[in-house]
Design a protein around this ligand. Sequence first.
Ligand SMILES: Cc1cc2nc3c(=O)[nH]c(=O)nc-3n(C[C@H](O)[C@H](O)[C@H](O)COP(=O)(O)OP(=O)(O)OC[C@H]3O[C@@H](n4cnc5c(N)ncnc54)[C@H](O)[C@@H]3O)c2cc1C
Length: 441
Amino acid sequence: MSGWDSEVDVAVVGGGACGVMSALRAARNPDLVIAVFEKSTREGCNAAISSGSLAAGGTRFQAAAGIEDSPQRHAEDIIAASGDEEWRPVVEALCAAAPEFVEWIADTGYPMEIGTDMPRAGMSVPRLHTDVGRLGGVRLMRHLRTLLDACDNVAFVDEAPVVDLVVEDGEVAGVVVQQNGTTQRVRANAVVLASDGFAGSPALVKEHLSHLGAPFYGGVSTATGDALAWVLPLGARLRNMGAGLRSGLVVVDHGTRVSPALPFNGAVLVNLDGERFVEEDTKGYSSMAGVLQRQPGERAAMIWDATAMEATRESEMMRECLAAGAIRDRAALADVAADLGRTVEETERLLAPLPGRRALTAPYHLAWVTHGLLATQGGLVIDPSGRVLDASGTPIPRLFAGGGTACGLAGAHSDGYMSGNGLLSAFGMAWIIGNALSRTA
Ligand SMILES: Cc1cc2nc3c(=O)[nH]c(=O)nc-3n(C[C@H](O)[C@H](O)[C@H](O)COP(=O)(O)OP(=O)(O)OC[C@H]3O[C@@H](n4cnc5c(N)ncnc54)[C@H](O)[C@@H]3O)c2cc1C
């Protein structure tokens, strides 16, 4: 073993959603030795700060709730939102994997339920699965890490960023890892790039996403697109680099997000000019970010009532908002009018329900919301098996990518992002890659 510090069968770059699931699935083969190199769990992964909402069509949880759905219907919804026909094979592969990984996570003891109270724009049936108690991604990632720690053939190496690939004779042969001030070359038969996107890199965001202006950044610091620089010299291609997972639900001066279900429960948006500028429940939260960016001051007041509050209170997002003091309680219409700088009569007109929507009644709640960037959606071109492709469409041997490192499901534009796409890309591709690796010896 000349020139190598150690050797494994599978080197996973990143210990977030995609990395942990890839390792868990590959580790079912006891003959494989797997190392997950994680930049820093102290800094964290996006999966752990996410809502942990898992989109899957055709699960037993949906069936038990009387919801008819299928992987095909899920895929059609995603493509209708993104308009990205070219990406259909990847979308269909992920949607086929989704009910399998959601049910498997539940079978490992995770308290899964279907969120019938989590309506989302563009989702033709309730399809988001979440934990009973709604603690979100932090609980999910803790659960998966516990499962991983029980695997004898997996080493989770923390505070150990991968800084490069080792390429020998034009082929990926391993990774270069930094740990405790030393640099190590780790030989691997397969490398899984699971280090997420580049929303935490101001330089890359400026290069690819300058049209988003100066959004609040709501993702983790570790998502700096490290893998992109290593694979481009191998001929890999990037796709949809101008698309992001945005949020139009970020509370000004707090950075917490209000629930995406509020607009479906009658919440109203009013801008600084005293205008109602959008039909609130027709936009997904990523698409709403663009609408807010175009408003005066890039913000608007979201107003809702006690009924809407009751319907949305039990989510990690609303709990965080309440804990942060990000939501104002307003007893009467006059109080809301004062916040908006409008007369009571004007405010009454502004809050009047649009056709088919419920009327709000006092007391009210109010938060000023703006747009934020949570994660990027552009990334490496892969095939439906997660193999990284070169410019001719040929798989680069031994190299896989999933989650935010790979091209996502939003299409060319952030408006095409559908709720649940992020973890679907991460867990779904990890499921596919890890299962295939477990069949290798
Ligand atoms: C606030 C928020 C809420 C969200 N809510 C949802 C939701 O409810 N549902 C949904 O589907 N999606 C959601 N998303 C998106 C989702 O979290 C991401 O799409 C998903 O986590 C991507 O998975 P990943 O494995 O690619 O990246 P991550 O989960 O971010 O994991 C990547 C890991 O790689 C590590 N890493 C980075 N560079 C290196 C390196 N050089 N060497 C070693 N390790 C490295 C990082 O430290 C990190 O631990 C949300 C995102 C945010 C920010």
